[in-house]
Design a protein. Sequence first.
Length: 303
Amino acid sequence: MLVDIAEFNFEVGGLVGGIWGPRRDYDFARLVEAMDDDWPAVLVLCEGAFYEHNGSAGAFGAATAMREAGGRPYVPLLGTLTGDRGPMAPVVFVDPQVITVHNWYSGREPDHFSHRTNLMVASLAGSSEKWRLVAAHWDVNDELARLRDARNLRPYARPDVPCAVVGDFNSHPSGPHWRVDNFDAAPAWRRYTKTHWPPEFREDGTPVDERATDALDFLLGRWHEPTGARRGGAGFHCAAEHFKDYTPTVNGGTPGTFGPMTLDRVLVNDGFKDGLTGYRVHLPQDPENPPSDHRRITVTLDI
């Protein structure tokens, strides 16, 4: 059965007034706009800002807005961020008519293990064949924190249980297709969120900033230029690389930023790799006024 799984980093979850606002009202019109009447069976929404507050009003409000726009009857599964990183955790919206959820590990269970954070164990409705999905939103600032999150995902690379890791990884892997330009245009406090430390230096002492790639390379393998392929790695594969689609997932930069960047990804283990049948980045209808700072991505899996 063909199943669409999407990821969308919805800027501060539609919270009116932003992350420093009153934490009361949400505007889901841009979420509906980004979905563009294309409703996946599973949607991983990153930046669910305060979605569990007030009886999870934000999560249920988003689900209601999508259903009233003609979408699926989504059930929201609220996640957490590792490392006590605040209130913008991912939320997984699942269509229960298509997907049976057997377990959801948010990170708040009394029997919690860190590697289970935001783990869904599921099957197709009516099937006993289980598979896994992990919703990821890695640290925006700290490459060492991202590497810790990557190491926690290592067990799910084993191929006997298909697994997809879906989210905003806030980083890039090595390789020529994922170059990031204009680091020099950003101040040090900004560019060090995405660059390797310590930098290399020219003879005159000028630093040469390169993107930090260790976290994703741990999962995917490091790019080996002589063979034009990845070598090593825990055993995951990037859907975008599988289809040779290097479209950025972050909309145009603003002063003090750099780009282009592909921060949103779907990674699959060998158990799901042969089931990949489609991947796309959804470009905004109005590039000058996109619904979020990130673009939605969708993979199609034959499960």
